[in-house]
Design a protein around this ligand. Structure first.
Ligand SMILES: [Ca+2]
Ligand SMILES: [Ca+2]
Length: 199
């Protein structure tokens, strides 16, 4: 009987040892997956915080306070983001267009030789004022004028806190961005933004 008890005790010892070995092998992977999950979720949350703040900005942009002082709108978005991501670096760009149709499209041109593409020398609407025809218009930097469409983009940069970035040899900083369209008030007759270039 004593021999049997001794044998069972040894088996239990083997079980414990085997479990310890398994944990040593699987444990780090488990923690990496868990940290990766939280790290990814934090980034998704960051994106939703930024999108929420930018979405609200589009609504607030029509209020007089913000029309008169567009940088207040930036301050508002920045404050909302930093409410959650305290050390985030939040920046803004504004690109002005005459109409929605111009956003993300080529600067329109007169296809003089009818070959279906822009050729040097054909006249085009230089929306961003860089003197060149652009296949995708970037819009004119700044707040634009009356009745213009503004592509408003907020970018946030923040550091990942969990060390999973180091373990996966990734950068610690994450950059997220979110855009919305703002429409300037028709204070008076808005003039066209572009200049026509033919060269
Ligand atoms: Ca052409
Ligand atoms: Ca251009």
């Amino acid at each position: 009987m004593a021999a049997l008890n001794h044998f069972i005790a040894r088996l239990k010892g083997h079980d414990r040892a085997a479990t310890a070995v398994e944990f040593a092998l699987v444990g780090p992977l488990f923690f990496l997956i868990l940290m990766g999950f939280f790290d990814y979720s934090w980034q998704i949350y960051g994106k939703s915080v930024l999108q929420g703040a930018v979405g609200q900005a589009a609504r607030y942009a029509t209020l007089e306070t913000y029309i008169e002082n567009p940088s207040r709108l930036d301050d508002r978005v920045k404050a909302q983001v930093r409410n959650v991501f305290k050390d985030a670096d939040v920046r803004f760009t504004r690109a002005a267009f005459d109409s929605y149709e111009q956003i993300g499209k080529p600067e329109s041109y007169t296809d003089s030789n009818k070959n279906g593409k822009y050729d040097v020398g054909e006249c085009f609407q230089d929306i961003n004022g860089n003197g060149k025809w652009d296949a995708i218009s970037e819009g004119k930097a700044g707040n634009g004028g009356a009745d213009d469409i503004i592509l408003y983009t907020a970018t946030m940069k923040f550091r990942r806190t969990l060390p999973v970035w180091a373990m996966l040899n990734q950068p610690q900083e994450v950059t997220l961005s979110s855009s919305t369209i703002l429409r300037n008030q028709p204070f008076n007759a808005g003039k066209e933004l572009y200049t026509v270039v033919c060269k």
